[in-house]
Design a protein around this ligand. Structure first.
Ligand SMILES: NC(=O)C1=CN([C@@H]2O[C@H](COP(=O)(O)OP(=O)(O)OC[C@H]3O[C@@H](n4cnc5c(N)ncnc54)[C@H](OP(=O)(O)O)[C@@H]3O)[C@@H](O)[C@H]2O)C=CC1
Ligand SMILES: C=C(/C=C/[C@@H](C)[C@H]1CC[C@H]2C3=CC=C4C[C@@H](O)CC[C@]4(C)[C@H]3CC[C@]12C)C(C)C
Length: 571
């Protein structure tokens, strides 16, 4: 039987439908009553499975939204309780000693190490099933250990989330130079994986803001690694290693001062060449000295905007957004747009309207709202899960509950929807040099059958000796940096929308795109499914020094598996 995982065809903007969805339980009951005969079989076997598989939108609305709210409330209460009664940064060393003991005394030295954070909690498509078989180490490291505004450094444990950090830092007038969207992302996941945001053209990927790592090696030794000390090779190799070199115990991150508003200029474009060139100009790549200045933290004196982002709505159309910090006192009266208010339209829809108006527009957005501009709609994933989610009535009634947690979306999947997601739902970020941006956009348009919008986010790629990431192939002569662009493709190909799923072959398209990506000196973000063979994966990521370091730091020989063994879906 053919079906699509989300009720895409039922997309309707009518208010009546929104009201019905608001009372989602009634809908489910009505549908179930209507199809009693068809589901009789399931009633005997597994009604829950039927509902979870065929009525995903209703399940997400009726159960996912309130459960996510309850979960968030429980987690907030828990962290307030821990903060009040058990917050003990000074106990960090005790906690570390217990983790060290677990690693040293693990019963099966042949089973590889990984963290015990459940796979369904990870902000990725993967369920990380290896955790059931391997030595999963409990690492209850949830504390912000120190905020030093003299040296502009914050020291954190790896399970600290982006949400925790922004809550702590922003009201005090500080922020991380790179604040990846999504509150549930953890510092440990972002350092061992990667993170990016619209300030990455200045500050690089998330690992570029790290100054020190406290690491536990496979043999139980603890080392402190910085960019200049005797473990600098390990320091550079941790990003993109996905927990295959050592376990991270704490990290020091850079801070910058911030203001509480962002002045955002939206520029609509109706040619590909127009928006590609505009983004390249804004990136500062034509003047790399500017980027060096940014790295030296003098962000306010540089000419490049603090934030640059693009949303393309077809191969030839996009809106390019450039933002700067601005003080509340400088915001013109009544000019603020609080994007995060529950009844506001989804951000990418708001931007699409600006594209249609074809007029440049300036808005003043509170900083936290700016950081969360894609949160309500989970980029544009919510349109697939809750097709009426952007309807004004739905937003007024239930917008305050949005979005459901990615964790809920993961645990509520049935095997059938999971397989279908893997076959038809593209969720990938490709990092390509901006010199190849135009070519790669054409490839995506063709291979993914017109998935739009696309997320366009620049980042400064600098050499990282020893990491899996290859150095820039055509380095800018000044300092070896090269400007890259993250092209985020999230959604269903048009043929899948139109119920012609047979015309889309995920593995074939993915492997073709990845092959071309390597030729263009690009690479793929690994939160997504990895469809490469091992050989193809090794063409994209340089394993030479990585393997030497695994030997040097006692990660091979069974302590940790290689990245491909953790990430591949084709094994
Ligand atoms: N804006 C952005 O930049 C976004 C980024 N992402 C992606 O999400 C992922 C992060 O999600 P999150 O849920 O926080 O992390 P995950 O649980 O997905 O962990 C990511 C990787 O980091 C490893 N890791 C995590 N903590 C430690 C640690 N203390 N020591 C050693 N290894 C560790 C994990 O290993 P193990 O499997 O052993 O736990 C895993 O391989 C990243 O891959 C990121 O690229 C997703 C959305 C947005
Ligand atoms: C990396 C970036 C953004 C990524 C997001 C768009 C994806 C990150 C995790 C993805 C998802 C996880 C699990 C899911 C459950 C499935 O049932 C459906 C899909 C999904 C919700 C999936 C959707 C895309 C993500 C949210 C950028 C910012 C660099």
């Amino acid at each position: 039987m053919k079906f699509v995982p989300f009720d895409v065809e039922k997309t309707t903007t009518s208010s009546a439908a929104a009201a019905v969805a608001a009372a989602g339980a009634v809908v489910s009951l009505a549908v179930i009553a209507k199809k009693r005969k068809q589901i009789g079989h399931y009633l005997k076997n597994d009604l829950a499975l039927y509902v979870l598989t065929y009525h995903r939108s209703a399940v997400v609305t009726v159960f996912g939204l309130p459960m996510s709210l309850l979960w968030n409330c429980a987690m907030n209460t828990r962290s307030k309780y821990i903060h009040l009664f058990h917050s003990a940064p000074h106990l960090h060393d005790e906690r570390v000693a217990k983790i060290q003991k677990q690693v040293r005394d693990r019963p099966d030295k042949n089973a590889p190490l990984c963290t015990a954070r459940p796979g369904w909690m990870s902000v990725s498509l993967s369920y990380r099933t290896y955790k059931k078989k391997w030595n999963a180490i409990e690492m209850p490291l949830y504390d912000i250990l120190d905020v030093d505004t003299e040296s502009m450094i914050v020291r954190v444990e790896p399970c600290v989330s982006i949400g925790q950090l922004t809550h702590e830092l922003n009201p005090k007038g500080y922020t991380l130079p790179v604040v990846p969207e999504m509150d549930d992302l953890t510092v440990g996941g972002l350092i061992n994986g990667t993170g990016i945001e619209s300030s990455s053209h200045k500050y690089g990927l998330f690992h570029e803001i790290v100054t020190e790592l406290e690491l536990l090696l496979g043999d139980g030794t603890i080392v402190i690694a910085t960019a200049t000390n005797e473990h600098k090779d390990l320091f550079h190799a941790i990003p993109w290693s996905y927990g295959t070199l050592a376990l991270l115990l704490s990290a020091k991150l850079k801070l910058i001062p911030c203001k509480n508003y962002v002045k955002l200029t939206y520029t609509p474009h109706h040619t590909k060449d127009g928006y590609v060139e505009h983004m390249r100009q804004l990136s500062g790549e034509y003047n790399y000295k500017d980027i060096e200045a940014a790295h030296a933290k003098s962000f306010s004196s540089t000419e490049t905007p603090m934030f640059v982002e693009g949303l393309s709505y077809s191969l030839e159309t996009a809106v390019v957004m450039a933002g700067e910090f601005i003080d509340a006192k400088d915001v013109p009266r009544f000019a603020a747009n609080r994007l995060s208010l529950w009844w506001k339209p989804w951000f990418y829809k708001h931007v699409e309207k600006i594209l249609r108006s074809n007029k440049e527009k300036v808005e003043y957005i509170p900083l936290t709202d700016y950081y969360h501009r894609h949160t309500q709609s989970l980029f544009w994933e919510m349109e697939l899960m809750i097709p009426i989610g952007n309807n004004p009535i739905f937003r007024w009634l239930l917008g305050w509950l949005m979005p459901p947690k990615v964790s809920f979306l993961k645990i509520s999947q049935t095997e059938m929807t999971r397989q279908l997601t893997e076959r038809t739902h593209v969720a990938q970020d490709f990092l390509v040099p901006t010199r190849k941006m135009s070519e790669f956009l054409e490839l995506c348009d063709d291979e993914y059958d017109k998935i739009y919008p696309l997320w366009l986010c620049l980042h400064d790629h600098s050499p990282m000796p020893g990491s899996l990431l290859k150095d820039p192939a055509v380095p800018n002569t000044v300092n070896g940096h090269e400007m890259y662009i993250d092209i985020g493709v999230y959604g269903l190909p048009r043929c899948v929308h139109e119920k012609r799923e047979d015309e889309f072959d995920m593995k074939k398209s993915m492997r073709h795109v990845l092959k071309e990506l390597v030729k263009m000196d690009g690479f793929q973000m690994l939160y997504a499914d990895v469809f490469n063979t091992r050989e193809e994966f090794e063409e994209m990521f340089d394993h030479t020094t990585y393997r030497a370091l695994r030997k040097k730091y006692k990660a091979d020989g069974g302590a940790f598996k290689e990245v491909y063994d953790k990430m591949s879906v084709i094994m």
